[in-house]
Design a protein around this ligand. Structure first.
Ligand code: SF4
Ligand code: SF4
Length: 107
């Protein structure tokens, strides 16, 4: 999670400040293709992220910054965490390719 706090750039959601990489792309509208902005996973872990993170609140520990592509990636999907899980199952569980399902907004 050092990546999340290494650079400037933050968003506020209600009374919360969520730290994101300064080069993270802006969050797209709900339903648009996911661009790896990281906002949803930095806000709270999904069920798989709860397994990795060992908590239900705060940024997911599986969220990883991809410097080369200047976007966040899911460490479960890339095999960095829970690598024993079949990839097709992981993609289904995290709704990969389904578009952005977050209604959070950056301030
Ligand atoms: S699902 Fe939406 S909020 Fe989450 S990383 Fe993708 S674009 Fe960002
Ligand atoms: S999609 Fe991946 S990075 Fe995002 S909360 Fe779930 S496990 Fe964590």
């Amino acid at each position: 999670m050092a990546d999340l706090h290494a650079r400037l750039g933050f968003v506020s959601e209600a009374a919360r400040t969520i730290w994101l990489h300064e080069a993270a792309p802006p969050k797209p509208a709900p339903g648009a293709p996911c661009n790896g902005c990281g906002l949803c996973c930095a806000a709270e872990p999904c069920p798989l992220g709860v397994l990795v993170s060992g908590r239900r609140r705060g940024a997911c520990r599986a969220l990883a910054w991809d410097e080369a592509e200047a976007r966040y990636r899911c460490g479960v999907a890339t095999g960095r965490h829970l690598r024993w899980l079949p990839k097709p199952l992981v993609r289904r569980w995290i709704a990969a390719g389904q578009g952005c399902d977050s209604t959070l907004e950056r301030s």
